[in-house]
Design a protein. Sequence first.
Length: 220
Amino acid sequence: MQSERLNVVSELSASVSHEIRNPLTVTSGFLQLLYESKTINHEERRYVELSLQELNRAERIVSNYLSLAKPQSENMVYSDFREDAEYIKDLIIPYATMHQVEVQFCFNNTLKKRYDKNQIQQCLINLLKNGIEAMKDKGGTLIIDIFEQKQNIVFKIQDSGIGMTKEEILRLGKPYYSTKEEGTGLGMLMVYSTVNKVKGKIEVESEKGRGTTFLITIPV
């Protein structure tokens, strides 16, 4: 049932997102021109700036929906995930440092899998960013461990943050459910959708105040 639901969401999100993105781009372009105009006053420029910020936020939400779509052939690679994992790790370290979070990275995998590079990268970014944000109040350690187990590639992502209750874990991956005040839930929906597309499974272990561990198992 969850798989069916994710497939329906993927098809809907792809078609709707493409339609929404075009007017967003056009509106943003005109507002940029207006912002650079010498005929508007300071207050009007402030309104345009706020409008551009909100358009950018809408664009990010649309991008989240687009990443739920079917894997794109031009993004497909056959790889052991090392290059993508190291790229995401390097990308996330400055954000982790900003929140006093230490990143520990370990890669021990030789198995290969065919996957959509963009979707896997976004999936990892969402998980790592969530882990860091769960520790932002007092810092901590984010562990990224990728290894092979029989005929599976396993991603273990562990944080020492605020943790979740069993009820919160059960609701993960549902649209519009988020443990963050300003969250849309689309980030975790995208994670579950991406793992579903590579026939993988997600296990979550968490305890309030003791952190969370995501275990993603992808068969080859």
